[in-house]
Design a protein around this ligand. Sequence first.
Ligand code: PLP
Length: 402
Amino acid sequence: MKSSRRSFLKTGLALPALSGASVVARTDAAKDSSFDPWVEIHPGNLRHNVSAISRRVASRPILAVIKNNGYGMGVANAARLLEPIAEIYGFAVVKLHEAVALRDAGIRKPILLMGPFDEKGLDEAVRRGVTPMVYTPIGALLDRLAAKFRRAIPIHICVDTGLGRVGVPHLEAAALIRDLAGRRSAQIAGVMMTFTEDREFDREQLRRFEVLCGGLEKEGIRLGRKHAASSFGLFQHPGALLDMARPGMAIYGIYPEKEFRSAGVMDLLPALSLKARAIYTKKLRRGESAGYNRAYVAKDDVWVATLPVGHADGWPRQAAKGARVRIGDNLYPVIATVSASHTIVELGMEPSVRIGDVVTLFDWREGSRPEDVAAACGSSVYDLTMHLNALLPRRIVQSAQI
Ligand SMILES: Cc1ncc(COP(=O)(O)O)c(C=O)c1O
């Protein structure tokens, strides 16, 4: 699609007509352009991050977590771009429908389903070559399915070492694992746990896991790949990398914690951007207001621009607390309120932005990274890209962005 400002100006000028009573026929320019926000994906940055992670984990295999719509990238987009990378062993998702979508998209590497399933769901998972994460006594069900499919079913067993979420409690895990290991219907391909990310307690969790696994291995039980480290673990627990790393956020180039950004452990480049185009600019006179509840009142005459992106798109309401967006080479503060479909930014004394100008809500550059937006919002990076509306267009930008 063409992205010249000229074509957008044409469309911009046509906009008021759209609100009139008559239906405006779509012109070529209208087809060619859109004021809807969009998400850009940067494969070069994704590859850069995988290389950085691979160095950090001393070339252990990487199980790429691409749950929740590929952290905003689109689950199939993320998998298609990551699959050709040799360091990527496979993928982990939480929803069965995402696992199925990956197979439908032609993804062939292993897929671990870390979320729940019923008998019908497990049947489908096995049929599609998706490995379930299990932690309940489902041996009899595995026996039935293995008989039906005439093969042992690979599984990963999830052990709860203290997170209290899913996983067989670590003190009960040995009995379950022995039971499953004793069945010809099950093939234990991995055993896994998740850290609470409490630095002290994580050590105890790892100890519990190692005691359990060490004991079972001494009995001669094969546990497959043991894995625990998410992005946090890559930074914080280099001693807990075990047989495989299991990161999500770091793959997308985003530091999970503020202090990791300056730690010099891994250089990560955000592989997702959120963009939109300015749809309107206007001058507010001193004392005039903007936003619901007159959230912003102009102290002096000031130019503002309106962006067609809001919290329904996944751009957080809290962005009005101090996030800045990039237009050209400048950063402009978000003001007033972020409503469902609109955001207002303060331009200053001059109308330095024109209708149709591309606005970057976040990207890989200092000052407009997802971490900068999350910090301004007083929230976590986990509340940002994963919350992007799945219906926003995703565009893969091939040119190197580094
Ligand atoms: C079980 C499990 N492993 C790994 C991850 C990846 O975490 P992160 O995105 O922090 O790397 C997640 C995500 O929350 C998870 O739930």
